[in-house]
Design a protein around this ligand. Structure first.
Ligand code: SIN
Ligand code: FE
Length: 291
C-alpha cells in the first residue's frame, strides 16, 4: 500500500540533508508519495487572472515546453501568453531545483518534459473512460511512448480558495501487474513501427509501452476493481506539493481545481534499485525482455 511521506521543505531551492535525500530516494522507488505540506507555488498578483476557466480551450489543460518556450492549449491574448509562459517556466525551474536538491542521485540523468496547468474542476468533468482520471490507473499515454523510461511528476495545488485536491491511492505495482498481466496479449510484430509511421505515436511504442497501456486501460475499465481494491483517500491541501513515480503508483484524482504539474523522465538504469521499476517488474513476471 502506498505511504505518504511528509517532508518539511519550505523553499523550492532548499538544501536537503543526506538523511532526507536517502529517505526520499528509497521511498519514491518503493512506490510511495513524497508530500511537502509547506511548499507552495506563489503566484504574482497579475497571474491570478489565470485562475479562471476562460484561459483554456477544448484541451482543458495548458501545456508548456520549457526547452522551446512553446505554450499550448491556452486561449489568452498576446501579453497574457507571455505572462502565462513566465509563470509556467518558473514552476518548471522550481521543480527542477527541488528534484536536484532532494534527489541528487538522479541529477545527471533526469530529463525535464512537459509542464502543465490544469484549471478545470475534476469532479463532474466529462471524458471517455480511458481519459477518466477519477479511475485508479498507472500513467501511460497512447501518443507519448516512454520506450523504457520512468515517469516522475511534481504536482502543486495552487487553488486560491483553500480547496484540496483529493486523490485515491491503490495497491502496489507488483500486485496490479500480477493481476492483469496473465490475460494480456503481446504486441503485434511491427505495430510499434507502424503506429509511429502513421503519426499516431510521437516515437516508437515499445513492448513495455504496449503492456503499460493495456494495464492502464484494464484498470480503468474494471469497475469492480475500482471499488473493491485496497485503497486510501488522501487530500493534498491548497498550497502543498507532492511527487510520485506515476507510472508505478496506482492513483486517481476525484476532486480539485487549479494544479501545476511538471513531468520528468528517468532511465531505469539511473535508479538506485532498477528492479523496482515497472519495466523490470513486468520483465520478471512475463519472463521476457520488453525493450
Ligand atoms: C493523474 O495523473 O491521473 C491526474 C492527477 C491530477 O490531475 O491531480
Ligand atoms: Fe495519472
Amino acid at each position: 500500500m502506498t505511504t505518504i511521506i511528509n517532508i518539511q521543505n519550505t523553499d523550492w531551492n532548499q538544501e536537503c540533508s543526506p538523511v532526507i535525500q536517502k529517505q526520499a530516494l528509497s521511498a519514491l522507488e518503493e512506490g510511495n508519495v513524497l508530500f511537502f505540506p509547506q511548499l507552495s507555488f506563489k503566484m504574482a498578483d497579475v497571474e491570478s487572472q489565470f485562475l479562471s476557466l476562460t484561459i483554456v480551450g477544448k484541451s482543458k489543460n495548458v501545456s508548456f515546453d520549457v526547452s522551446t518556450g512553446k505554450l499550448r492549449g491556452s486561449e489568452v491574448g498576446e501579453v497574457e501568453t507571455t505572462m502565462l509562459q513566465n509563470m509556467m517556466q518558473r514552476f518548471a525551474i522550481y521543480s527542477n531545483e527541488l528534484l536536484f536538491n532532494l534527489l541528487p542521485y538522479y541529477k545527471a540523468d533526469l530529463v525535464q518534459s512537459q509542464t502543465s496547468f490544469r484549471p478545470v474542476e475534476v469532479a463532474g468533468r466529462s471524458t471517455s473512460w480511458r481519459k477518466d482520471d477519477t479511475r485508479l490507473h498507472v500513467d501511460s499515454f497512447p501518443s507519448r511512448p516512454v520506450q523504457d523510461k520512468r515517469i516522475l511528476r511534481v504536482f502543486s495545488n495552487v487553488n486560491p480558495n483553500g480547496q484540496g485536491r483529493s486523490w485515491r491511492l491503490g495497491e502496489s505495482f507488483e500486485n496490479v501487474a500480477s493481476r492483469y498481466l496473465p490475460s494480456m496479449s503481446s504486441p503485434v510484430w511491427g505495430s510499434g513501427w507502424l503506429l509511429q509511421l502513421c503519426g499516431i505515436t510521437k516515437s516508437r511504442r515499445s513492448a513495455y509501452d504496449h503492456f503499460m497501456l493495456q494495464i492502464h486501460d484494464r484498470m480503468k475499465a474494471d469497475l469492480e476493481y475500482q471499488l473493491s481494491v485496497d485503497q486510501i483517500n488522501y487530500e493534498f491541501p491548497s498550497g502543498s506539493t507532492w511527487i510520485a513515480f506515476t507510472d508505478q503508483v496506482s492513483h486517481a484524482v476525484m476532486t480539485g481545481q487549479y494544479l501545476l504539474e511538471q513531468t520528468f523522465h528517468l532511465p531505469v538504469n539511473s535508479m538506485q534499485e532498477p528492479s523496482r521499476a515497472p519495466l523490470q517488474v513486468l520483465e520478471r513476471l512475463s519472463g521476457r525482455k520488453l525493450t
